[in-house]
Design a protein around this ligand. Structure first.
Ligand SMILES: Nc1ncnc2c1ncn2[C@@H]1O[C@H](COP(=O)(O)OP(=O)(O)OP(=O)(O)O)[C@@H](O)[C@H]1O
Length: 261
């Protein structure tokens, strides 16, 4: 699995005659097969950093290396990405949506069908292949988005608030699913989230970014062993202690961003 190195990455946006320094200088190494979450105040540059890692955006300073090779504005091979917004296409069936990336890659029909069957099973959506997105619950649609991103067997998975708008029950079920899939496939995962519970539940490490221009304030290893049961995990002392340590830093950032407006 790939290792991702973020070397002194900075980003300044220029728009409408204004300059916004989104990222100050961020250094971070994500080991292969590791699950790292990025948290921080709204507008601190979390999505910007994820888009730079994905090769969708050029950094203004520094760079990204995947397995030691600079990505320099190119999308790293074997990348899966889940966007904040629902990217499931409403006019295609679940089956068609999940197989979309494989069609673009020119896979033959038969092979796509077999792969999609495998994925429907993995996402516990057997029997929903012919359904259309409007016939699914919000949680099922997010599950389809996850399966779409897994179709090409990515080695790197970048998740931008993948479960943002869902209720706690649905989110918790999906957390258990994601842990199960990640533990069986072993991708390197970077996730942006606003939900500290979610970050601790899923991750090996939680990285707190400061308000803009952002930098890494805390890199906390979550020493909770796998297999994790997401339902009982949140009652454990280890969870409470990790939460308190991270919140101590994150809460101060929220307060200082509020104070400076
Ligand atoms: N295309 C752009 N042009 C100009 N400024 C931008 C652009 N994209 C983002 N920004 C600015 O860069 C800063 C960081 O934005 P970004 O979306 O990366 O933050 P974020 O931490 O992901 O925010 P949130 O948590 O609210 O989703 C913000 O001030 C935002 O207004």
């Amino acid at each position: 699995m790939p290792e991702i190195a973020v070397d002194g990455v900075g980003k300044v946006y220029h728009s409408a005659g204004r300059q916004v320094t989104a990222l100050g200088r961020v250094d971070l190494t994500i080991a292969d097969g590791e699950f790292v979450s990025l948290v921080g105040p709204s507008g601190c540059g979390k999505s910007t950093l994820l888009n730079i890692i994905a090769g969708f955006l050029e950094p203004s300073a520094g760079g990204i290396r995947v397995d030691g090779r600079p990505v320099a504005g190119q999308i790293p091979p074997q990348l899966g990405y889940i966007f904040q917004k629902d990217t499931v296409l409403p006019w295609y069936s679940v089956r068609r949506n999940i197989g979309l990336g494989l069609r673009f890659r020119g896979w033959p029909r038969r092979k796509i069908d077999d792969r999609v069957d495998e994925l429907l099973k993995l996402g516990k959506l057997e029997g929903f292949g012919e359904a259309f997105p409007h016939q699914l619950s919000g949680g099922m649609r997010r599950r389809v988005a996850l399966l779409m991103s897994l179709a090409c067997d990515p080695r790197i998975l970048l998740l931008d608030e993948p479960f943002g708008a869902l209720d706690t029950h649905t989110k918790t079920v999906l957390h258990q699913e994601l842990i199960r899939i990640w533990r069986s496939l072993g991708q390197t995962i970077v996730m942006v989230t606003h939900d500290l519970d979610e970050a601790i539940t899923l991750s090996d490490r939680v990285v707190v970014l400061s308000g803009p221009p952002s930098r890494v304030l805390l890199d906390e290893r979550i020493g909770i062993a796998h297999p994790r049961d997401v339902f009982s995990l949140r009652e454990s002392d280890a969870f409470a202690q990790a939460y308190a340590r991270i919140w101590h830093v994150l809460g101060q950032q929220f307060a200082s961003v509020e104070a400076t407006g």
